[in-house]
Design a protein around this ligand. Structure first.
Ligand SMILES: Cc1ncc(COP(=O)(O)O)c(C=O)c1O
Length: 387
């Protein structure tokens, strides 16, 4: 049975929120930039957090507040992937998990492969550990994007030590194929390199698309891979601070266990409780209704762009609620989001932050009510018509 689409909250309620999405700009701006969603929380999360508040349960996070088993159950149900809960450790967010694993597997000056256009903090987290990013852009095939495996192989052959993979990919919404991931694992193994797979968008793979967790891509993948994940994108929990680091080989499990205790101590207790509730089977129907709403919106966006901005190029993403839109043909320069914010009062994420490939692009967050998406694209369309 297909789930009915979840309804986003009305704008007047959303504007009472205190998160970045609602506080960065004034009320005249429609915020479709940072990856927060406009939906109500899943009921199991509201209940769990309300119980904790009522109890004054606001102390330190214990080593496993139920999240390891919940994540393993989720991985089995949603991806058919068997995770050993003993190989799951928490930290405060996905980027911190990535940073601390990178710190453990590289030395300052090492090169780390990234595949632009990509989530901008990938660049800064590599810099944070004293490593240097080596950019091997995704290849546009005419019908989507894929990893440039030959380019990655050349980078590793040239001495790069690690690949920071975005699986599924932000901002293009690409779900890498099982074959590409298995090939990537073989290539990394051939050079003794590691792959850190950021799977924060994995719960948001759209119906009909098969998601392959990197560690399940092949028998070789556990030897080279680390996964960092969270319920925070799908369930809108970013401010609560919790992510999981997952491994599937003794050697890599030992590396994650060997990280300083502080890495785990920084997990937010509310984040851990909320992630455990999100990954629990009881939240699956809520996630399915979220996906139904996002499925409608990703298609609606295609219709709206065709109507108001026919010059825009957009491929409907296979995962997530982020749309990567090429506005080069409008002639609004490298960073069209700047003009769109000033003159159309719509806040989008700035394409060039994602790398060279992002020039002329914007990223649109469509995890909102259809009316908000309609109004945002109509505003940009009116600007295009008047300029
Ligand atoms: C690919 C990717 N990784 C990580 C993050 C941030 O996650 P966290 O807040 O857990 O560090 C985001 C946020 O949008 C993301 O898109």
């Amino acid at each position: 049975m297909t789930a009915s689409p979840l309804q986003a909250l009305p704008l007047d309620e959303l504007r009472r929120r205190s998160s970045t999405k609602w506080r960065k700009y004034g009320d005249d701006v429609l915020p479709l930039f940072v990856a927060e969603t406009d939906f109500p929380l899943a009921p199991a999360i509201t209940a769990r957090l309300a119980e904790a508040v009522a109890l004054g349960d606001t102390g330190y996070t214990p080593p496993d507040p139920g999240i390891a088993g919940a994540y393993a159950g989720f991985a089995q149900r949603r991806f058919g992937w068997q995770v050993d809960p003993a190989r799951v450790r928490t930290t405060c967010d996905v980027m911190m998990g990535v940073v601390e694993i990178l710190r453990a597997v590289t030395v300052p000056g090492d090169r780390v492969v990234v595949t632009p256009p990509v989530y901008p903090p990938f660049y800064s987290c590599i810099e944070e550990v004293g490593a240097v990013d080596e950019r091997v852009p995704l290849v546009y095939t005419g019908d989507g994007w894929e990893l440039d495996l030959l380019g990655i192989e050349a980078a590793l052959a040239g001495g790069s030590r690690a690949v920071l993979l975005c699986n599924p990919h932000n901002p293009t919404g690409t779900v890498h194929s099982a074959q590409a991931l298995a090939d990537l694992a073989d290539i990394a193994a051939g050079f003794g390199a590691v792959v850190i797979s950021d799977e924060i968008h994995a719960p948001l793979v759209h119906p009909g698309v098969a998601f392959t967790p990197f560690l399940a891509a092949s028998p070789v993948a556990p030897r080279v891979g680390f996964t960092v994940a969270s319920a925070s994108k799908a369930f809108n929990l970013a401010g609560l601070k919790c992510a999981v680091m997952v491994t599937a080989s003794d050697e890599h499990t030992a590396i994650v266990r060997g990280l300083p205790d502080e890495v785990e101590w920084r997990t937010g207790l509310f984040g851990a409780l909320a992630n455990a509730a999100a990954f629990d089977e009881g939240s699956d129907p809520w996630l399915d209704s979220l996906l139904a709403a996002l499925d409608e919106n990703r298609r609606l966006l295609a219709e709206l762009l065709a109507e108001h901005l026919p010059q825009a190029r957009y491929r409907i993403p296979d995962a997530g609620y982020l749309a990567w839109v090429d506005l080069t043909a409008l002639g609004w320069g490298d960073n069209p989001a700047g003009r769109i914010l000033r003159e159309a009062k719509v806040a989008l994420h700035l394409g060039p932050l994602f790398g060279e490939e992002g020039k002329g692009h914007v990223r649109i967050n469509f995890a909102c009510a259809p009316e908000v998406l309609r109004e945002a694209v109509a505003r940009i369309g009116a600007l295009a018509a008047s300029s």
